[in-house]
Design a protein around this ligand. Structure first.
Ligand code: PMP
Length: 282
């Protein structure tokens, strides 16, 4: 039961939550969002999600409508009202409702704040794998902003799906960027590589956790450029995101990775991730 949503200060049933057709989110995709996993009623890495939210709002010049304490209260109330447990919280802020449709940014406008919860399916023992299509990254140059304008990501993901894959791994001129909804890691000779955090990728919260856990486990982690050739020749490839945690990629198009098996480093880090959640009493 995850039917209660938050809209501009009110808690409502999903079907009763209404937004104006003049909302700039609807007309221009003028807004940003966050997705926060919740384990056993507790938001995971909330400080980091709120810091990324602040960064993204600054990038698009929208004032943060709430302090971190207010966000925590809103999120915790929403968790309670939706029955708690394992959830995924979707949080969206748009610039708000303008009087007319005009590209110019209105000066006095209140952001629209919307949050909803959905069930988060977590399997702590089995590792779910992914299959990927390699596609050219056709998105804009500000992929570090978690913009609600996801047309590029959506088209790429659907191209991958049409080819029978669950994710698109993207590259720009032969350099790997990220997945359409995830970050990408490879392993070569038991060392871990992931593309550097810059404007071409979203700085994933899960990416940071995996880097921390890998380093704590004594693995060398390199945040550096990865070519498509290196990707296809890797011993292991994984994607990471809040909903998937860590998911080994068994094949990229017709290229089979690690004979289609889950690699040893992915297995260790999947376990480390579960232990880390437990250590936080999640
Ligand atoms: N890159 C993109 C394009 C994404 O959509 C996501 C998932 N939101 C990620 C990376 C992973 O980010 P996170 O670990 O914070 O979920």
């Amino acid at each position: 039961m995850t039917n209660i949503v938050y809209l501009n200060g009110d808690l409502l049933a999903k079907e009763d939550a209404k937004v104006s057709v003049l909302d700039r989110g609807f007309l221009f995709a003028d807004g940003i969002y966050e997705v926060i996993p919740v384990y056993n009623d507790k938001p995971f890495r909330l400080e980091q999600h709120l810091a990324r939210l602040q960064y993204c709002l600054e990038q698009v010049d929208i004032d943060n409508p709430h302090s971190n304490i207010e966000w925590k209260n809103i999120i915790n109330t929403l968790i309670k009202r939706n029955g708690g447990g394992h959830l995924s919280i979707y949080l969206q802020i748009t610039r708000g409702v303008s009087e007319t449709r005009n590209h110019d940014k209105p000066s006095d406008i209140n952001p629209t704040v919307f949050l909803m919860a959905s069930e988060l399916i977590v399997d702590e023992t089995n590792i779910s794998t992914a299959s990927a299509a390699l596609l050219e990254d056709i998105r804009w140059q500000f992929c570090d902003i978690k913009s609600i304008s996801l047309l590029g990501n959506m088209l790429l993901k659907n191209q991958a799906k049409a080819k029978g894959h669950s994710e698109a791994i993207l590259h720009r001129n032969g350099q790997v960027t990220e997945g359409s909804t995830s970050n990408v890691f490879i392993v070569k000779h038991r060392e871990v590589f992931t593309p550097p955090q810059n404007n071409l990728i979203l700085g994933g919260i899960t990416r940071d956790v995996i880097i921390e856990l890998a380093e704590a486990a004594g693995l060398k982690v390199h945040q550096q450029k990865i070519t498509v050739d290196e990707l296809l020749a890797a011993d292991e490839v994984w994607i990471t995101s809040s909903s998937r945690e860590i998911s080994p990629v068994t094949n990229i198009d017709e290229n089979i990775i690690n004979n289609g098996n889950i690699g040893p480093v992915a297995k260790v880090l999947h376990q480390e991730f579960q232990d880390f959640k437990k250590s936080l009493i999640l």
